[in-house]
Design a binder for this molecule. Structure first.
Ligand SMILES: [Mg+2]
Ligand SMILES: [Zn+2]
Length: 241
């Protein structure tokens, strides 16, 4: 079984642009590629799991979304970072495009994307991490049985429905911690011991903070691989479960 890093897209790997609808709008966050390279070196599969309700809202088409993801893969690849797959949820119950306006099982905080990725890539969820910048990411990861990392790239306090195992400023910090055997082990132990998890999680937060200051959706998913030709990129249309 493989271990994986599940990454949210907007605000985690790339700058958060509301309903980003064009490949030209993609801006990689600093050190995203570097973090992904480190995860890959450490033997993780790296899989993006992103809510893209802009499709259901009629802001952009699913084909446009695939173009955006193709461009994202190219940009990362140019920096030596390869992604194993991208899963996306194009749905929203209150959407305007009828075929996407459904109550799906993949829109985070639901677990559909992670569970499907686990099936399709032979991933052990308990050995894996979900990293993202919203409570929905943490909740999805936790519900799927992963360890969770909250990317808190803003200063305001936020209500968290569940406690993440780790809080970091960006994914490069997460990569440094998760790819350090000692720190990662502590997180694994913390998340496996419910009776101690609160204290251990707090210790993890402390550790992340300390390191920071020192160093400075569906039954329908889309999946794609870096090397796949465009027409192999599959999405909602041909992957109904
Ligand atoms: Mg996000
Ligand atoms: Zn969905």
């Amino acid at each position: 079984m493989a271990k994986a890093i599940f990454l949210d897209r907007d605000g985690t790997i790339i700058q958060g642009v509301p309903y980003l609808s064009s490949p030209e709008e993609i801006v990689l966050l600093p050190h995203s590629a570097r973090a992904i390279r480190l995860f890959k070196e450490e033997g993780f599969k790296v899989i993006i799991a992103t809510n893209q309700s802009g499709v259901a809202r009629g802001y952009f088409t699913e084909d446009r979304l695939k173009e955006i993801h193709q461009r994202l893969l190219e940009m990362l690849f140019q920096e030596g970072a390869s992604i194993d797959a991208i899963y996306y949820c194009p749905h929203l119950l209150e959407g305007t495009a009828p075929e996407y306006s459904i109550e799906c099982q993949c829109r985070k905080p639901k677990t559909g994307m992670l569970l499907r990725a686990a099936r399709e890539h032979g991933i052990a969820l308990r050995e894996s991490f979900m990293i993202g910048d919203t409570p929905a990411d943490v909740l999805a990861g936790k519900s799927a049985g992963c360890k969770t990392v909250f990317v808190k790239n803003f200063d305001e306090e936020i209500e968290m429905p569940v406690e993440p195992d780790l809080i970091v400023r960006d994914i490069w910090k997460a990569a440094q911690i998760l790819c350090s055997k000692e720190d990662a082990q502590r997180i694994v132990i913390a998340s496996r011991s419910p009776e101690h998890s609160e204290g251990a999680a707090k210790q993890s937060h402390f550790e992340a903070t300390r390191l920071s200051t020192r160093g400075g959706s569906a039954n329908l998913f889309g999946g794609l691989r870096r090397s796949a030709p465009r027409n192999d990129l599959f999405g909602a249309g041909n992957n109904k479960l």
